[in-house]
Design a protein around this ligand. Structure first.
Ligand SMILES: [Zn+2]
Length: 308
């Protein structure tokens, strides 16, 4: 199933919408929308086609490649290329949820090559207004331990060369990044986590590194000494692209390791890829249950500051 965003399309239009100019040449199919459907076999979904809509989006991270049951998988093309994978749509109670593993189901995209803009745009196109984004992350502070969860409230961007904005002109906007995460969803995540007996830290600064390598000892010492709590490779630009599109976004960082180790603790070995996946797998059910419980409580009609 291929889904074409058709918002604002006239039957004889050359473009789908202001953001789709570079992607669709409707005129090439002569006979309008029906002809495109016949030529390509693609389904044409108008924005009001409820069958392929979602209220809530979930991005899966390392070790978290499936989430929902009884899904319908759809391909959502975007002006920014293809998202990391097909998007799985399913109902959770009375809510419609879209799930997308940000590295792809087979983990083929390293953090710096993830098509972040396509992933966020595809969610927006489906109608998603709120995003829950679990990530495998390292701890930079002794009191935040492997197996703990952190609901981050700030980031420090140490990445480079990533396509990190939708505003490349002629439309230019400068969004505020002072409070990049949705305060409402953060509160919900912390409350729900505590109800479930999870050790969950309310707030924390995540340092986003370029990867795919892990930190040196010196880098890790620097980040820790600044008082930052969490380290990760994918929070930037994901969170800020969500903000640019007016979507609420919450990160749930599952701590899998102590980055390059801890000062004065020779017994704690630097992180390895195997350790990240092992700890995430061990805690997969906790992450899944937390997100499900959050979805049950979420109000899909809420008006939030993030949308302004
Ligand atoms: Zn919000």
């Amino acid at each position: 199933m291929l889904y074409i965003p058709t918002r604002g399309v006239q039957d004889d239009a050359v473009m789908a919408c202001e953001l789709c100019i570079c992607f669709f040449n409707w005129a090439g199919h002569g006979g309008g929308l029906q002809q495109i459907q016949a030529d390509t076999g693609w389904r044409l979904c108008a924005a009001d086609d409820m069958e392929y809509r979602a209220d809530i989006g979930v991005f899966g991270g390392s070790g978290f490649y499936s989430f929902l049951e009884d899904v319908e998988e759809i391909t959502v093309p975007t002006p920014y290329g293809a998202p990391s994978d097909k998007i799985a749509l399913a109902r959770v109670g009375d809510k419609r949820v879209a799930f997308l593993p940000r590295h792809g189901k087979d983990h083929r995209y390293p953090p710096h090559r993830i098509p972040y803009r396509a992933n966020l745009y595809a969610m927006k196109e489906l109608g998603v207004k709120q995003i829950i984004a679990p990530t495998a992350s390292g701890s930079l502070q002794p009191h935040i331990k492997p197996g703990d969860f952190v609901v981050c409230d700030q980031f420090v961007d140490r990445t480079w060369g990533r396509e990190d904005t939708f505003f490349e002109g002629p439309v230019v906007r400068h969004v505020s990044a002072a409070y990049p995460y949705c305060h409402r969803l953060r509160k919900l995540a912390v409350e729900t986590g505590r109800e479930q007996g999870i050790t969950i830290h309310d707030g924390g600064t995540v340092v986003v590194i370029q990867g795919p390598r892990f930190s040196t000892k010196a880098e890790s010492r620097w980040f820790s000494s600044m008082g930052w709590e969490v380290i990760n490779m994918t929070q930037y630009p994901e969170v800020i692209l969500a903000r640019e599109l007016g979507m609420c976004y919450v990160n749930i960082a599952l701590i899998t390791d102590y980055d390059a180790g801890l000062e004065g603790r020779d017994d704690i070995a630097p992180v390895t890829e195997g350790e990240v996946f092992r700890v995430f797998k061990e805690n997969n059910d906790k992450v899944r249950n937390l997100i499900m419980a959050m979805i049950e409580k979420m109000d899909v009609n809420v008006e939030c500051d993030c949308c302004k």
